[in-house]
Design a protein around this ligand. Structure first.
Ligand code: H2U
Ligand code: ZN
Length: 347
């Protein structure tokens, strides 16, 4: 009898059709590898040297306004440029390339240098949600933009260049690999079953409750059955929406609420500002309806067993497939046990 809490097994990611190896018996192995520096703790509310703080000069020479809530600007070192020629190169099917026009922006969440989503008020995060919706709508409506990717790198461990609370938007003229795989899998499910992949998945998760971390009236956060990163989570709306532009007023505030509560639990896990990469997946903006698409957020945090030990994707994972030791069920149980009052404010 296969026991998913004991025996090595592989799990299928339904959104990508990729497998992940789970080795639950392996959590007891000793660690003598790299120990990370704990993230910096005390930050000033305003940093004169920060390129995102209000009133400061950025690297490109432009100056930020004295913004009081959110602030959006075109990335001074944009990876994508709107005026790129859309030409194709193809040499005997061996060297294949395409020009990729696009737009990259930076969104500051708050004028306060020292805040994070976990430490902002729900009303302030709600304003960030409004900006995300605006950006998705504005960029997505451009003729040449087929996908709008909103994402946040949080913490130096994830390669984030600055602790000032911010995220990025990269909008481009083709659908990138991850959303392309998810489009394919969701479309396949809809065609085969006549229902929505993530709608069906959410119903099952709510039914068992094993991997649910937290809920509110409109959203549910779960550790996906196929999670790769130790404390990986997904946020799913209860109602089928293909993109954030379909959210009701109530849903926008509820997303802010779930983001604050989830990131607070993350910070409380090892009592440090928890590093992660997060982002939203939603329908491509290529002019098609995409009813198969079910909006969701992914959180990919690298920390494994403490503030200083992170998971590496190396060796076998580069060459074969990802592997994890702690089961998604035990990760969800640990996140569920944590309080929703931030450790910085408790006491
Ligand atoms: P991170 O989210 O990974 O920290 O990246 C911040 C972005 O800010 C990065 O893409 C941009 C960088 O190009 N940036 C500016 O647009 N202007 C600046 O003055 C510095 C950084
Ligand atoms: Zn700052």
């Amino acid at each position: 009898m296969l026991d998913l809490t004991e025996h090595p097994h592989r799990r299928l990611n339904l959104l990508t059709r990729e497998w992940v190896l789970v080795s639950p018996h392996r959590t007891k192995r000793p660690w003598q590898g790299q120990v990370e520096k704990p993230p910096e703790e005390k930050l000033p509310a305003y940093d004169p040297g920060c390129y995102l703080c209000p009133g400061n000069a950025r690297a490109g020479g432009k100056r930020n306004p004295q913004y009081t809530e959110t602030f959006v600007f075109d990335n001074d070192f944009a990876a994508l440029l709107a005026d790129t020629p859309r030409e194709k190169v193809n040499r005997a099917g061996l060297l294949v390339a395409e020009g990729e026009p696009g737009v990259c922006r930076v969104i500051c969440f708050s004028p306060r240098h020292d805040l994070t989503l976990a430490r902002m008020e729900v009303e302030a995060i709600r304003k960030v949600v409004d900006v995300w919706v605006e950006q998705f709508t504005e960029l997505g409506s451009r003729e040449f933009i087929e996908y709008v990717q909103i994402f946040e790198n949080r913490g130096a461990m994830m390669g984030c260049s600055n602790p000032h609370p911010h995220c990025q938007v990269w909008a481009n003229s083709s659908i990138p690999n991850e959303p392309a795989k998810e489009t394919c899998c969701q479309l396949g499910w809809l065609k085969e079953k006549g229902s929505l992949l993530l709608g069906d998945y959410l119903a099952l998760e709510l039914d068992t409750g094993e991997r649910v971390v937290l809920e509110n009236d409109c959203f549910v956060a779960v550790v996906p059955f196929w999670a790769v990163w130790p404390f990986e989570t997904m946020i799913l709306p209860r109602r089928h929406v293909t993109g954030m532009d379909e959210f009701s007023n109530e849903e926008r505030t509820a997303l802010a609420d779930v983001l604050k509560r989830l990131t607070t639990r993350y910070d409380n896990l090892f009592q440090v500002p928890f590093p992660y990469s997060m982002g939203f997946h939603q329908r491509p903006t290529d002019g098609k309806e995409h009813r198969e698409w079910y909006f969701h957020a992914h959180f990919y945090p690298p920390l494994l067993r403490s503030a200083t030990v992170k998971k590496f994707m190396v060796g076998y994972e580069f060459l074969a497939y990802p592997q994890r030791d702690i089961t998604p069920e035990s990760a969800a149980a640990r996140l569920r046990e944590l309080p929703e009052r931030h450790y910085n404010e408790a006491g």
